[in-house]
Design a protein around this ligand. Structure first.
Ligand SMILES: NC(=O)c1ccc[n+]([C@@H]2O[C@H](COP(=O)([O-])OP(=O)(O)OC[C@H]3O[C@@H](n4cnc5c(N)ncnc54)[C@H](OP(=O)(O)O)[C@@H]3O)[C@@H](O)[C@H]2O)c1
Length: 320
């Protein structure tokens, strides 16, 4: 069997569970594409899976390749598969199925419906930073896959985006501005100027005082932090406003008592949305922020950085 280099875990655990090793090169089935991975985006879900936080929802088989953000080229198509119009050698990107082996590897299998053509103006490293975070922002703010609900953000509305400097936040700010909303973003002191440059109309330095003392009557809160930040967010909403979270489902009872709406999104692959995101990138309406690029072998260092919770934009692993 042909082998490839991959970063896998053989059991849940700390960063020491990540092993850079030889693994069997997978073969595509019907409707699937073998992608030669050029770069893999790093997301908090990678270390959450590694630590076993998703084991109630996902039945993983070990060894497991982590990483669910990919940019690469089509390396193999199953004979007789239409593969949604993709051809050998096409440059593609996507956020593949979380229940299967991921992108921390030289090759991975992706369903054709989970991929879109890579934005022509981005190299693979920048493209790998896009799908998961940008799709999450899109689905939370505009249009969620069933059974989830989005905030349905409208032009002219005001949205408070928590953790504006994070992977999801950097896309959320830009997408909300593109939609014509007024954006308030939270960040620590070192990110205040950065968030303004990204397009935020107002920035709240959460390290200098409670955000709820500085924002009020907003239409939408986008909660990307959870816990106490989510609990304190109800008070800044106007009547009938929406608190949408990607960390934990806000309480429906609390929403009712606050005359507000609760929404939760768990991002799903979506080729149409990803194609639109690629179009916005190529049109110059959306930029990609990368804090650091590391070689695949240094996945453990990337996890340590991500877990610390203060990455600006994205971390990317270079594979090819
Ligand atoms: N449900 C879903 O489908 C889904 C999808 C994607 C992500 N997520 C989850 O959403 C969360 C965010 O993801 P991400 O990729 O954006 O994470 P990330 O890139 O790791 O976020 C890091 C950013 O968070 C900011 N931050 C940390 N604590 C903050 C606070 N108390 N208030 C405001 N900003 C704060 C930091 O800015 P400072 O340095 O300025 O503090 C940093 O820039 C994670 O828990 C992730 O697992 C869920």
């Amino acid at each position: 069997m042909t082998t490839m280099k991959a970063v896998r875990i053989h059991a849940y655990g700390g960063v020491e569970a990540l092993r850079y090793e030889d693994a069997p090169r997978p073969s595509p089935g019907a409707g699937e594409i073998l992608v030669r991975v050029h770069a893999a985006g790093v997301n908090p879900v990678d270390w959450k899976v590694r630590k076993g936080y998703l084991q109630d929802a996902m039945r993983y088989r070990f060894p497991l390749v982590l990483g669910w953000d990919v940019s690469g080229t089509v390396a193999e198509l199953r004979a007789g598969t239409t593969a949604n119009g993709f051809a050998l050698g096409d440059a593609v990107f996507g956020r593949p199925d979380l229940s299967r082996d991921g992108a921390y590897a030289e090759y991975m299998i992706v369903k054709a419906t989970e991929l879109a053509l890579k934005p022509a103006t981005l190299d693979h490293v920048h493209a790998a930073a896009v799908p998961l975070a940008a799709l999450t922002a899109w689905q939370a703010l505009f249009e969620a896959p069933k059974p989830f609900t989005s905030a349905n953000l409208q032009p002219g509305q005001t949205v408070l985006i928590h953790a504006g400097a994070g992977g999801v936040g950097t896309f959320a700010i830009q997408l909300a501005k593109w939609r014509g909303a007024r954006v308030i973003a939270t960040g620590s002191t070192r990110n205040v100027e950065f968030l303004k440059e990204l397009g935020a109309d107002e920035v709240i330095d959460y390290s200098r005082g409670p955000f709820e003392k500085q924002a009020r009557d907003v239409d939408v809160v986008f909660d990307t932090v959870g816990f106490e930040t989510q609990a304190r967010s109800w008070s800044v909403l106007k009547e009938g406003g929406t608190l949408v979270s990607i960390v934990s489902a806000p309480s429906e009872d609390l929403a009712k008592s606050q005359s507000a709406h609760a929404a939760y999104v768990f991002v799903q692959p979506d080729r149409t949305q990803l194609t639109e995101i690629a179009r916005l990138i190529d049109a110059g309406a959306l930029s990609v922020v990368i804090e650091d690029v590391l070689p695949l072998e240094e996945a453990a260092r990337a996890h340590t950085l991500s877990e610390a919770g203060h990455v600006r934009g994205k971390l990317v692993l270079r594979v090819a």
